[in-house]
Design a binder for this molecule. Structure first.
Ligand code: PAF
Length: 283
């Protein structure tokens, strides 16, 4: 596995590979890798000649009061996980190399980014879209895999790729969960034992919504209230949002008639976790 540390070297290497006719698949990450990331690497690995993973804790997607400084990092562990997963190229740039001090060009997706996580994290998806576009240009990806845990991010990236004609095929990787149902996340590391137990309320409240949906409930106010009540009963859990939205437009839905995304974010002290489920997914 080759480690590349500068954007220039990454782009040159990728363009050289493209000239030899090889396809490049990639998994953009912020590091502190877990089984969820590894599952995305496996998906990409099966569909490309060269597999590239980027590790970059992107400063532009963190708000001023968010956890950029404390975001977990462990490069040597990440490096060996990538090696084991059959990664060919690991792109690990310095933040100062990725953004010029006077960088002033951004990608702002203007329809899907406002609600859900975008409502409490203003500017977050502008940072995500901009860095993902930069990574596509640097890594020259034919295929890129993103996880379904970040449901809104995934839909925004798909929209950006469509709207701006990026020649990249986006694949969706299913959510990977711990045996007790907690969705894998780099931020799980920061949960205390009590918070780790409390964090099961995300999956459990989604299970509850799915059960009500299976039993015929279509009124989203009723489904949302179930989650509000559930989370309120969990000590140490503070609901950031619970939204029931159209799976494509991410617009709020009152009565479920087509594919619908149920997404929530819950805070446990300083740790904010997200999870989601899709109801009524077309076969
Ligand atoms: O999902 C993430 O880890 C990040 O948002 C991404 C897509 C790597 C962009 O920094």
């Amino acid at each position: 596995m080759k480690i590349i540390r500068t954007p220039e070297a990454m782009q040159k290497h990728a363009l050289d590979l493209k000239r030899t006719g090889r396809s490049i698949g990639g998994v953009p990450t912020m590091g502190f890798l877990h089984e969820g990331h590894v599952s995305l690497m496996r998906l990409a690995r099966a569909q490309c000649d060269v597999l590239v993973v980027s590790i970059f804790v992107n400063p532009t997607q963190f708000g001023p009061n968010e956890d950029l400084k404390t975001y977990p990092r462990d490069f040597s562990r990440d490096e060996s996980l990538c090696e084991q997963a059959g990664v060919d190229l690991l792109f690990y740039p310095e933040p100062t190399a990725m953004y010029a001090a006077d960088a002033s060009s951004w990608i702002d997706e203007a329809s899907l980014s406002g609600g859900l996580c975008g409502a409490t994290r203003p500017g977050h998806f502008r940072g995500v879209c901009t860095v993902v576009a930069k990574l596509f240009n640097l890594m020259q990806l034919d295929i890129a895999v993103f996880g379904e845990k970040d449901a809104q991010q995934l839909r925004i990236i798909e929209r950006m790729v469509r709207d701006l004609n990026f020649p990249v095929n986006i694949l969706r990787g299913p959510i990977v969960r711990e045996p007790d149902g907690l969705a894998m996340s780099s931020r799980n590391k920061y949960l205390s034992a009590e918070q780790r137990e409390a964090a099961l309320c995300l999956r459990r409240s989604l299970d509850n919504v799915e059960e009500q949906f299976a039993a015929g409930e279509r009124n989203t106010a009723v489904l949302r209230q179930t989650v509000v009540d559930w989370i309120a009963s969990v000590p140490g859990a503070e609901l950031d949002y619970i939204e029931v939205v159209d799976d494509r437009s991410l617009a709020a839905v009152e009565t479920i008639e087509s594919d619908t995304l149920v997404a929530l974010a819950v805070k446990f002290g300083a740790v904010r976790l997200i999870d989601n489920a899709v109801l009524c997914r077309s076969p």
